[in-house]
Design a protein around this ligand. Structure first.
Ligand code: MN9
Length: 310
């Protein structure tokens, strides 16, 4: 039981947003899905981020989702709310709201689309960090334009900036950040494909999309690395990549994760347009593909057991 950022550790789903077929935020579905995730020993929840399709939502919808999730979670696990938006003003509004709702921290991609320079990006994080008392986890992801290690080190010196979610693939950068930032600076691996390597590098946690649907596998990977069973961790990680590739190659990753969950009887809803949700034939093939991976790789995934039980 905690809502402290220092306890935000381990396997952390970057939570999907549960929309109904008409693209409305589904409150009952969201609550049920959060309860489902909380049935696993996860280290926290990261909400309204990329996986949550946040940039397809209005600030009001994002706030509404934060309220629902916070009510459902209470202080069972720390919740970090992604508050990134195009303008500092909107981000601050969302951060203040997250603070009021009892979030453990906030997180944000840098301002994007316009090519802001380093000074403006640092100014953005300083303004947001100063606007509340919440810890800020900087979110470094290629989709928003990658910030350099040097910029992250500068950001780590701002009061209230307590960590980084790094969704790059250059693992040496994770090592460099560990060396160059203060020891208390928390580092999260954001690339699910590199889960075991990130854990081996000593990250505080891994935050990602696929922990919505295969948290059991990543909890096993986490434990294997922690008991120094490199062979088992590596083997499971390679198999996890099969699942990730199936999701990515579907062409609509969030929709695919939601489809697999729905096929398992877990309320996950649909992706919002312009993402697509697949034809009935495509849906059948994608579910079969997941079942085939599970069988060929001998994974025994919870989600596949549930699909077979439907
Ligand atoms: O950072 C996620 N990135 C996006 C989090 O949602 C864009 C990752 O979890 C990836 O979805 C995952 C698959 O490439 O590694």
């Amino acid at each position: 039981m905690s809502n402290r950022i220092t306890d935000f550790k381990g396997v952390i789903p970057a939570v999907i947003s549960v929309f109904d077929k008409d693209e409305n935020l589904d409150e009952a579905g969201t609550r049920a899905f959060i309860r489902h995730l909380l049935s696993y020993p996860i280290g926290g929840l990261y909400i309204t981020g990329s996986t949550g399709e946040t940039f397809l939502m209005t600030p009001e919808e994002r706030k509404c989702q934060v309220e629902i999730v916070m009510e459902e979670v209470g202080d069972k696990v720390p919740v970090v709310v992604h508050v990134g938006a195009m303008s500092t003003r909107t981000t601050i509004e969302l951060a203040k709201h997250a603070e009021k709702c009892g979030a453990a921290g906030v997180s944000s991609v840098p301002p994007f689309y316009f090519k802001f320079n380093e000074e403006q990006i640092i100014g953005y994080y300083r303004d947001v960090a100063e606007a509340t008392s919440l810890p800020m986890i900087v979110y470094n992801i290629p989709l928003a334009g990658m910030m350099s290690v040097e910029t992250i080190v500068k950001l780590s010196q701002i009061e209230n900036v307590k960590g980084v979610k790094y969704t790059g693939t250059a693992l040496y950068e994770t090592a460099l950040m560990r060396e160059s930032c203060k020891p208390s600076f928390q580092i999260y691996g954001g690339c699910d494909e590199l889960g075991s390597s990130n854990i081996a590098l000593g990250v505080d946690g891994i935050i990602g999309s696929f922990y919505n649907c295969i948290p059991d596998l990543y909890l096993r990977i986490w434990d294997a690395v922690k008991r120094s069973d490199v062979a088992a961790a590596t083997e499971m990680q390679c198999k996890a990549v099969h699942v990730i590739m199936a999701g990515i190659h579907s062409g609509s990753m969030m929709a695919c994760i939601k489809l697999w969950l729905r096929a398992a009887g877990i309320p996950a809803g649909y992706a919002r347009r312009p993402f697509t949700n697949f034809t009935p034939e495509e849906q059948k093939t994608l579910v079969q593909e997941l079942v085939a991976i599970d069988e060929q790789d001998g994974l025994g995934l919870d989600i596949v057991k549930r699909i077979k039980a439907q």
